[in-house]
Design a protein around this ligand. Sequence first.
Ligand code: 13P
Length: 281
Amino acid sequence: MYVSPKEILQDAIDRHYAVAAFNFYNLDTLLAIIEAAEEERSPVIAQIYADHFTFYNGGGSIAKAALRLIEETPVPVYLHLDHASNYETILYAIELGFHSVMYDGSELPLDENISISKTVVEAAHKHGIFTEVELGRIGRLSGGQEDAVYDDCTGVEEACQLISNCKADSLAPAIGTAHGLYRTVPKLNFRRLEELQKALEVPLVLHGGSGIPDELIRKSIDLGIAKINVGTELKYQWSSTMKAGLEQGLKEPIKLENNAKQAVKEIAKRKISLFGSAGKA
Ligand code: 13P
């Protein structure tokens, strides 16, 4: 069932857990996320990268499938558009009924990030849609970049400036994590996280949740992270299970996809339990 992002994230803050925001890439991964949440009686966030969203028939087919599944499940879920930097894509997602959108202006100078984030937030709020913005450099491990960027974390003053001007509902700060799989154990800037948490009143989002050791995840939640994004671990599990099935000679999509869905679901359930949201629905 749909429950508003504000309510889902506030409950996480009040009861000291984090909500898993799983990236889905197709119907198998979407079903795996919802089923994992149902089996663990947990709230969950189903999110899709903006470029994957537009891949599916311009976005309409996958969004409608997700919204229908959310309507039917007994656990609290909302649909979020992840890492969108194109205004038109965000408007289309709002029109389709997404419950939350992220504008990622982190590569822009602060004043431009503030100005476009403000335009996006105003457009979203007109429709009652929740928003997330990003500030700082969250690494990308697939683009030849060596590893997460500990030294380039989000400044407290800049974060306050962004949020107070654009009025976004949540913030993804850079505290040393990166998207993709880490080659070495990431070093997270917990001091900065604590400072950000004290200075800001909006929920904080941890990006790059795949491969972060359990104790660092627990500490991030203790220090106020309310939403944790996980994508890479799910998609690698899906592809490796599909590959294994094909190598075994399986030919039926329904068998291949069912195996992949079950394998992804197990990872999602493990994350839900680690984040402390199991049994909270
Ligand atoms: P990972 O792919 O590293 O888990 O990161 C996901 C993410 O942060 C999506 O915004």
